[in-house]
Design a protein around this ligand. Structure first.
Ligand SMILES: O=C(O)[C@H]1O[C@H](OP(=O)(O)OP(=O)(O)OC[C@H]2O[C@@H](n3ccc(=O)[nH]c3=O)[C@H](O)[C@@H]2O)[C@H](O)[C@@H](O)[C@@H]1O
Length: 456
């Protein structure tokens, strides 16, 4: 059967060729189909990539678009499940309702009233100044990052106080350029009262970078935004008595040397004064630096000695009272908050307009620095005796040599320049001011014991 076998073989071969032909056609079809799928998938991936790129890198030339994008992302984050902020005030940053609140808060309620952006509005001096300005009929918009350098609950309580007076605090950081630009896009601020800062002399040894971030980078960021704003605002900002550092001339006058800071805190405030000079010189920004002298009073800062001494005395804890290396008393020109508020407002009211526009200087602008102190230094030991009297409790005093931590032994303000230019005259002595502080303290913390509640 070779013949049939041959015939069979040739049939099988033909069948196999046919089958292989079919397989080829089929595989080409499959190949065509899969390459189409591959092509479409690639197109989709490319589209998604382009979109993602566009979202993450908006055109640099369009700062408004960038700001809007940034604010949108932030508002998305702050309302999202992973939000770290619980504040309702930040939940709608950039939205129409938010803009309305920003405008309302910034609008003056008296003819020719100011429109002031107050940075650090939830802080000690910031909250007092905001309330004063608002009650006077000026427009006030607060700005604060509510950081936890000290108890944020106290900052929230101050915020609640401000909200009662229709002062809105925008929650944000000085280094957030798009947010600051957005605020200046919405409101033509006449003034900025810049009080946001990393405060505290001794903490600078623990966290030096925080001073650079707030007092230098944050300040420069604010000035960058202010110089580009139309109109440019006049800026009044918080410098510090600590810039006098190792100066030995007394009382401290604005003409004395300030090139020997004793702490990084002081160095950043001094740097701020030099930076202010630069922005005034190049861009025509009107700038006034206020050198505050150890400000104290109700709603004060828990990191300051008078505040934690009060707490420790009430809790029976011992307190360290510093003495100089040659065993002298350390003294401060403690200044009551209401006097400081009057000084800040005086500086705002006498600040001339900035001269620049469109980021360019159009003429010489005002550049000032003032001491705002009490003009009568008091030894720390005396401060403790006053507190003991007010609290009806003896302090457990621990006298020690002042650690080498940036402190200076003595401060004393000459305020004749502030008096001449805006009538600054402190009127509250330490005993009267501490009485008001203690009254607030026991009320705020709900403390009952042996406290003498004399005075107003
Ligand atoms: O005048 C200023 O510019 C500065 O005033 C204060 O700095 P300071 O004067 O050191 O105020 P406190 O920290 O309240 O100290 C007051 C006095 O108590 C002394 N002290 C402090 C802490 C302590 O445990 N014991 C003690 O005797 C200090 O040496 C100082 O003489 C503020 O904390 C700074 O933010 C501000 O810039």
């Amino acid at each position: 059967m070779p013949m049939s076998a041959t015939a069979d073989t040739s049939k099988t071969v033909k069948l196999e060729r046919y089958n292989s032909y079919l397989r080829k056609i089929h595989s080409t079809k499959v190949l065509n189909a899969s390459s189409k799928v591959l092509f479409r998938a690639t197109l989709l991936v490319a589209l998604v990539l382009v979109l993602l790129f566009a979202i993450n890198y908006p055109p640099l030339s369009d700062s408004r678009a960038a700001a809007a994008h940034h604010l949108h992302r932030r508002s998305f984050l702050s309302t999202g499940l992973f939000s770290s902020s619980s504040s309702s005030s930040s939940s709608s940053i950039g939205g129409a309702a938010w803009e309305k609140r920003v405008r309302q808060s910034s609008t003056a309620k008296r003819p020719r009233g100011l429109s002031v952006l107050v940075t650090g509005a939830a802080g000690f001096v910031g909250s007092h100044c905001s309330l004063y300005l608002r009650k006077r009929g000026d427009g006030v918009l607060g700005f604060d990052n509510f950081n936890d350098y000290y108890d944020p609950a106290l900052k929230r309580a101050r915020q609640a106080l401000l909200e009662k007076q229709q002062v809105f605090i925008v929650e944000g950081d000085l280094n957030d350029g798009p947010l600051l630009r957005k605020l200046f896009d919405v409101v033509p601020f006449t003034h900025v009262l810049h009080l946001a800062a990393q405060a505290g002399v001794r903490y600078a040894m623990k966290n030096p970078q925080s001073y650079i971030a707030s007092n230098i980078a944050g300040f420069v960021n604010l000035l960058e935004v202010a110089k580009a704003a139309n109109p440019q605002p006049a800026i009044v900002w918080a410098s510090s008595s600590s810039v006098y550092g190792l100066n030995t001339e007394n009382p401290f006058s604005e003409e004395h040397r300030t090139d020997q800071p004793a702490s990084l805190y002081a160095a950043t405030k001094k740097a701020g004064e030099e930076i202010a000079h630069t922005y005034n010189h190049i861009y025509g920004l009107s700038l006034t630096g206020l050198r505050f002298f150890t400000v104290y009073g109700p709603w004060g800062r828990p990191d300051m000695a008078y505040f934690f001494f009060t707490k420790d005395i009430l809790h029976g804890k011992s307190i360290d009272i510093y003495r100089t290396q040659d065993n002298q008393e350390v003294a401060r020109d403690f200044t009551y908050i209401d006097d400081i508020v009057k000084g800040c407002v005086g500086a705002l009211d006498t600040a001339e307009k900035s001269t620049g526009s469109g980021g360019k200087k159009r003429g010489q602008a005002q550049l000032r620095v003032y001491n705002l102190g009490n003009t009568s230094p008091v030894p720390v030991g005396r401060l403790v005796s006053i507190l003991e009297g007010l609290l009806g409790t003896k302090a457990k005093k621990h006298l020690i040599k002042m650690p080498r931590n940036g402190d200076v032994p003595y401060t004393h303000a000459n305020v004749s320049l502030a008096y001449k230019d805006f009538g600054y005259k402190p009127t509250t002595d330490l005993a009267a001011g501490l009485r008001k502080f203690v009254k607030w303290y026991v009320g705020y913390y709900g403390i009952q014991p042996r406290v003498k509640k004399g005075g107003s």
